[in-house]
Design a protein around this ligand. Structure first.
Ligand code: ADP
Ligand code: MG
Length: 310
């Protein structure tokens, strides 16, 4: 879908991105992560030509991005940023409708699309469409920013720390919403963050950058189980690496067929091993009863199995 081939970019002779090679597949959610100044935003903004690269080629669906008319290129890509960038004197509706309006969609269709997106992000359309940005909370503004990026149904969504300035609760809610949108729409999403937990939660693949160079490209599980070097290890958090690994692993493979003793605490089958561990610790026990959403018992989970070599 998006391919970086030997991409380089310097600012005033200083390398910001050095020989980046990466192929992002259709429907993939790729996260660029790294310390401040590592080149994440530069890498992202080269995709829609907000920044010009000076070496190599970037292809969109096999076509050089410079062979597109730049407006056409950007229409194919929704773009959402941390500072939101909503137009303050425009209503929520008009903000969301920016690109559809440019594309000349009929009024009916635009109005319908705005309702659909507001609903998707848990904002009642009749309550919010006529409001102005200053009449929204920070979290609602961020939602409108992401809704605007999605409005014309672009194939690609580019997001630069879209949840950066939010409180942890709102942030977690929006992360889950994004995950849902990604799973249901199959869109290709490229997201920049410096928050490793956000990357672990959302990414199909994580691209870890340092000083403009790729340090490691891996799935969340592979990154944690096989960190390439000490930099990666420090970045993912040496101390709680084990806990983070558990949070990426489902209960299912460790499920035993036989039932837990009567009175054992229950655990949802969709839970992660991290949640299993927390439940075990909270109840000071060593066996849990694993149940499906209908509360039917599926089997048991034993603490010893979590710690056994696999
Ligand atoms: P990140 O998003 O990872 O924080 P950036 O991609 O914004 O990093 O920046 C990468 C490097 O390029 C940094 O050293 C930054 O100072 C430099 N840089 C970014 N934009 C410019 C610019 N417009 N002019 C000069 N240097 C820049
Ligand atoms: Mg940045």
């Amino acid at each position: 879908m998006i391919e970086f081939r030997n991409i380089g970019k310097s600012y005033d002779g200083v390398r910001a991105i050095d020989n980046l090679n990466l192929h992002i597949a259709q429907g993939e959610l790729v996260v660029f992560i790294g310390p401040s100044g590592s080149g994440k935003s530069t890498a992202l903004k080269m995709i829609n030509r907000m920044i010009d690269h000076d070496q190599g080629r970037i292809l969109l669906e096999g076509r050089e991005i410079y062979s597109f008319d730049v407006r056409e290129l950007r229409r194919r890509m929704g773009y959402a940023i941390q500072s939101v960038g909503l137009f303050p004197h425009w209503t929520v509706e008009r903000n969301i409708a920016t690109v559809p309006q440019l594309l000349g969609w009929p009024r009916e269709r635009i109005s319908q699309r705005v309702s659909e997106l507001l609903t998707l992000f848990g904002m009642a359309p009749e309550q919010f469409r006529q409001r102005y940005p200053h009449q929204l909370s920070g979290g609602q503004q961020q939602r409108v920013g992401v809704a605007r990026a999605l409005a014309a149904d672009p194939a690609v969504l580019l997001m630069d720390e879209p949840f950066g300035a939010l409180d942890p609760v709102t942030r977690a809610a929006l992360q889950l919403e994004l995950k849902r949108v990604h799973q249901s729409s199959g869109k290709t999403i490229v997201l920049v963050t410096h928050d490793i937990d956000e990357a672990l939660l959302l990414a199909d693949r994580i691209v870890l950058l340092n000083h403009g160079q790729v340090v490691q490209v891996a799935s969340p599980l592979a990154l944690l189980s096989n960190p390439a070097d000490d930099f990666v290890l420090d970045f993912v958090g040496r101390a709680d690496l084990g806990i983070k690994l558990l949070s990426l692993q489902p209960v299912a493979p460790l499920l035993r067929q036989q039932r837990a003793p009567a009175g054992a605490p229950t655990l949802a089958e969709a839970a992660t091993l991290r949640e299993a561990l927390a439940t075990l610790a909270m109840h000071r026990t060593s066996v849990l009863s694993v149940v499906n959403p209908q509360q039917q018992v599926l089997g048991s989970l034993h603490a010893a199995d979590i710690f056994a070599p696999r």
